[in-house]
Ligand binder design. Structure first.
Ligand code: TRP
Length: 335
């Protein structure tokens, strides 16, 4: 593959709180893989977070944390462009142009918008309504083809395709239509520790393993997971909550260790206490170095500033080029 047809990848990360194991095996690991094969633009969506009026002091810490945690997980600012949305003013300019192509009716029908209206009827601002337009600008400004996102963002991505189409039809071909990208079968399931679906930023803090959890917290959370007295018949089917413990082990433990517990389970000699202890130690071994690295990065403000500056420079280069094409196509060129 020549450098000319290297596909462009773009994704955004909202700077809201702590990243967890579900984020790691869902999004972050894919970002890291993709940075070696594609031209990648990864963005901290700080402007998007303004739709819900975060505390301005918290915003800074959250942006630093999201940068640090992603880098600690392997995102390499030398390979990918890793930047903050607000450092690329061209995004906001494209957002304005795209707003002229976005209809009130379709924005009001967006699922995420309707959810927000229900949750916060006192803060239905125009930024919230046009959230998908800003997200489209994030993607289209780099003329990206692939967007690694989860199911919950697919409707936004479809809107980005619509806006791209409308622009191309009206003003000439500028934008490729961005597609969702996932590694399909390699997407690993990360169950919540309380057995209620997948691991997410949930109400129940004890059900989620955060990359910032200290060793004792990790142990405490793992040891609290539900088990029972064990199977009474050889080769039984595992109850969900036991299956979940195996799934978590699959993420961080060695194959022979997992095998041993599989055999124990099938022969009714499994000791869940031992299994959870093993899982706890393997989780600690996995999370501790990430946590340590993230903390080191967060304490190094100079380094973070460098990352942001370098990222903004790379991001702007691509953004400025697109915006020039956009303005020419639209006829916004008077001399
Ligand atoms: N809306 C995305 C989320 O809530 C974050 C995001 C912002 C994004 N801009 C993006 C994702 C562009 C992909 C591409 O997770």
């Amino acid at each position: 593959m020549s450098i000319m047809d290297r596909k462009i990848v773009m994704s955004g990360i909202r700077p809201t709180g702590y990243l967890h194991l579900g984020n790691y095996f869902g999004a972050m690991r894919n970002y890291v893989k993709m940075q070696n094969e594609y031209e990648c633009y990864y963005m901290v969506a700080d402007l998007h977070s303004l739709t819900t009026h975060p505390d301005t002091k918290e915003l800074r810490a959250n942006v630093h944390r999201v940068l640090a945690e992603n880098i600690a997980c392997g995102l390499d600012p030398e390979k990918a462009a890793f930047f903050c949305q607000s450092h690329i003013p061209e995004i906001s300019e494209l957002y304005l142009y795209l707003n002229m192509l976005a209809y009130k009716g379709e924005l009001e029908k967006t699922t995420t918008f309707k959810d927000k209206v229900r949750q916060h009827p006192e803060n239905v601002n125009a930024g919230l309504l046009t959230y998908p337009v800003l997200m489209s600008a994030d993607i289209l400004i780099h003329r990206a083809s692939f967007v690694p996102v989860g199911k919950d963002q697919e409707q936004h991505l479809e809107m980005a395709r619509n806006f791209a189409q409308r622009f191309n039809f009206r003003y000439g071909n500028v934008f490729p239509e961005p597609q969702a990208f996932n590694f399909g079968e390699t997407l690993l399931k990360v169950p919540s520790l309380d057995g209620s679906g997948k691991m997410s930023k949930s109400e129940n803090q004890m059900a989620t393993l955060y990359l910032a959890d200290d060793d004792d917290m990790i142990r405490k959370k793992v040891m609290k997971t539900k088990t029972d007295n064990g199977p009474t018949e050889h080769n039984s089917i595992k109850p969900d909550y036991i299956e979940n413990i195996f799934l978590l082990m699959n993420l961080v433990s060695n194959a022979d260790v997992i095998n041993k517990f599989e055999i124990d389970f099938n022969q009714c000699s499994i000791r869940y206490g031992d299994m959870k202890k093993q899982l706890a130690e393997d989780m600690v071994r996995f999370i501790a170095p990430i946590r340590q690295k993230a903390t080191d990065i967060m304490n190094d403000e100079k380094y973070l500033q460098n990352v942001m500056e370098q990222g903004a420079e790379k991001g702007r280069k691509s953004a400025v080029a697109t915006l020039q094409l956009v303005k020419e196509s639209m006829g916004l060129k008077y001399y």
